[in-house]
Design a protein around this ligand. Structure first.
Ligand code: SAM
Length: 262
């Protein structure tokens, strides 16, 4: 038997109550297409494949492939991809450009990168259901004023509508991780493009402000926006960036885009 690989964040779901809870909240339908990130030993794959039209699952670990391939050959709608999710483009999946529902008990060590992957593949995504390390997941859905609120919260909340679903205890996995987990649903917002000048500027603005998280907004924006411009934009120059909501960041972004004539 292969030993679980820490470097690939291999903590396999073994708790049938949690697996059924996932199935219930995701509620897969027989005319839907699913794409699973990190199939592992197939705990979720097995449960979804009989309930959906198409199940595409990606797994990077060659040692886990024989079992997954076996599962693939015993069903007619499962497609296993031996690949790295970070190099995989959903556009390569079908010529008809269908949308996919994405599901995954993610490799926690690349959660941020998988969120960026999701932003890039947004056009092909119906919705996402992801399991993360609890602290990381909380960052994504966190509100202004919260310690965990930051750049990734703002970008995620601009690109997706997010819904907290439930927490999962370490005992539900083998091997047992040292952290708690969280299951979250995301629905892409309409007409958001990670490569648009607006989103690029938004990322610049959040970077500028959050790299000096403890500084006043007016200090971080010295030489960029005056105190009066900030006040006109309904931003208190003396506030710290973590008090600004996504809409405040957007007002700043749009103003700077116009000012720089982009
Ligand atoms: N879905 C299974 C479950 O719930 O038991 C496995 C979940 S485990 C937390 C994450 C899985 O993602 C592992 O099987 C791991 O090998 C795989 N993985 C890690 N990095 C990956 C990558 N870059 N691309 C694809 N799969 C990856």
């Amino acid at each position: 038997m292969n030993r679980p690989k820490k470097r690939l964040s291999q903590n396999f779901l073994t708790d049938s109550l949690v697996i059924n809870k996932i199935l219930n909240v995701v509620n897969p339908k027989e005319d839907e297409r699913f794409f699973e990130i990190g199939a592992g030993k197939g705990a979720l794959t097995k449960m979804f494949v009989g309930r959906v039209k198409v199940m595409e699952s990606i797994e990077i670990d060659k040692d886990l492939l024989p079992k997954l391939k076996q599962l693939e050959s015993s069903s007619n709608n499962l497609f296993i991809h031996e690949d790295n999710i970070l190099r995989f483009n959903l556009d390569s999946l079908s010529e008809n450009k269908h949308k996919y529902r994405i599901v995954g008990n993610l490799p926690y060590n690349i959660s941020s990168k998988i969120m960026m992957w999701s932003f890039k593949n947004m056009k092909r995504i119906e919705d996402l259901h992801f399991m993360f390390q609890k602290e990381f997941g909380e960052r994504l859905i966190s509100n202004p004023g919260n310690k965990s609120y930051g750049r990734l919260s703002i970008l995620t909340q601009y690109m997706f509508e997010s819904f907290y679903l439930f927490k999962i205890l370490p005992e539900s996995f083998t091997p047992k991780p040292s952290v708690e987990s969280i299951f979250i649903k995301f629905v892409p917002r309409q007409k958001k493009d990670i490569n648009s000048p607006k989103v690029k500027k938004l990322q610049e603005v959040t970077h500028m402000l959050f790299s000096k998280r403890r500084k006043k907004i007016s200090t971080s924006f010295k030489n960029i926006l005056s105190q009066n411009e900030l006040i006109d934009l309904r931003v208190n120059p003396d506030d710290r960036p973590e008090l600004l909501g996504v809409r405040d960041f957007l007002r700043l972004t749009e103003y700077l885009l116009k000012k720089n004539n982009v």
